[in-house]
Design a protein around this ligand. Structure first.
Ligand SMILES: [Zn+2]
Length: 158
């Protein structure tokens, strides 16, 4: 059971989440896709990386309602460049644990989200702040450039 900062609503069992290993103490925590606050390790209370999947039905709750900036990865299983950028995004989510949430959206199963953001090519990456697009990147970029892009988006959005 993960400990949630800033969460008094107790609804963290509402959605089934993934298991995340704490980079600090090694304890495995269950992290739901959506919750108030940000996930912290139940044992040492360090911030945990937050990586969640979303689709047309869950995007509003998982991505738009998040209190911290969200990096959205619009991808598909058949997309080679998506598979290249995915590990870099997951590393970024670990490096920026507690500061950003990574939300992965499979465009094949999320036509409404694809249409809404006008996705022409994948991967398309978005930085959302309070549901608003703060930055957008189409196509794979090297890990270092990806990190710079996210850092700039977070800084620009203040
Ligand atoms: Zn821990």
């Amino acid at each position: 059971m993960a400990y949630w900062s800033g969460d008094s609503s107790g609804d963290n069992e509402a959605m089934t989440g993934g298991l995340v290993r704490c980079g600090h103490c090694g304890k495995t925590n269950r992290v739901p896709a959506a919750a108030a606050g940000t996930p912290r390790c139940g044992q040492c209370h360090e911030a945990l990386p937050w990586i969640a999947d979303a689709d047309d039905a869950t995007f509003a709750e998982v991505a738009e309602a998040a209190k911290i900036p969200v990096v959205v990865d619009l991808w598909a299983p058949w997309c080679g460049p998506c598979r290249m950028v995915s590990p870099a995004l997951e590393q970024l989510a670990r490096d920026l644990a507690g500061k950003v949430k990574l939300v992965k959206v499979n465009v094949d199963t999320s036509p409404q989200i694809s249409q809404r953001f006008g996705v022409q090519a994948i991967p398309t990456l978005l930085v959302l702040r309070r549901g608003q697009v703060a930055a957008r990147q189409t196509g794979a970029v090297p890990p270092a450039a990806l990190r710079t892009w996210v850092d700039n988006a977070l800084a620009a959005a203040g």
